[in-house]
Design a protein around this ligand. Sequence first.
Ligand code: 13P
Length: 254
Amino acid sequence: MEDRRALIAGNWKMFKTCSEAVETARQLVEFVPDVNEIDVMIAPAFTSLALVNDIVQGSCISLGAQNVFWEKEGAYTGETSSDMLVSAGCKYVIIGHSERRQYFGETDETVKKRIDAAINGDLIPILCVGEMEKERESGETFSVLDKQIKKGLEDFSYSDLRTLVIAYEPVWAIGTGKTATSDQAQEVHLFLRSLLEKSFGAKFSESVRILYGGSVKPNNISELMAMNDIDGALVGGASLNAEMFSRIIHFKHQ
Ligand code: 13P
């Protein structure tokens, strides 16, 4: 791996009430008191962000949101701006998760607008890409990813994207217990890096962190992290339990 700092991120999706989120965050701070060598982030539901921020502030755990709207403010019932997320303590925002693409009409065009809002709002965007099972089976994995990356990052310059993080999450591996093998993931991560190189140059592509997501657990994290182009993980189910997530964070010491 180049000089890329690993990032282990937990996506809590639509789980945990306020009190449950606070409790898990408290436990996590206790289990992960001082991780210096990697970055750690958790993304609770919007309702718990400010509360969880109170718990993780001053710790090695950063806060992220699961989505952001592209307008700065206005009559957009139900939406949340980047300024609002920053004011709740967020440093990161997950954009274009496959669940948003599948169930909420997210497209590459709306992904692009959200990335723009994140960058302009001082949030680190985590752009999620990934193929569906039928796309993998019909040999379309690379063309699907090519489109998601090119369209999602269209018109940005490499300096706009200097904080960008990409998460490769094969849809067939999310919540299914079917992890991509470390070789399968590495092959795709290398492909993604080559796409970034073509659009933004080698220096940029070598510096971008590419996370793997999809059934990451304490027992498969080390093997994934051993791959050259895997720079971290976006963890769903296993991040909901503080003890399990802390084992993933401590993958180097397992
Ligand atoms: P699981 O770890 O539950 O498979 O979820 C992955 C994911 O979607 C993270 O964003």
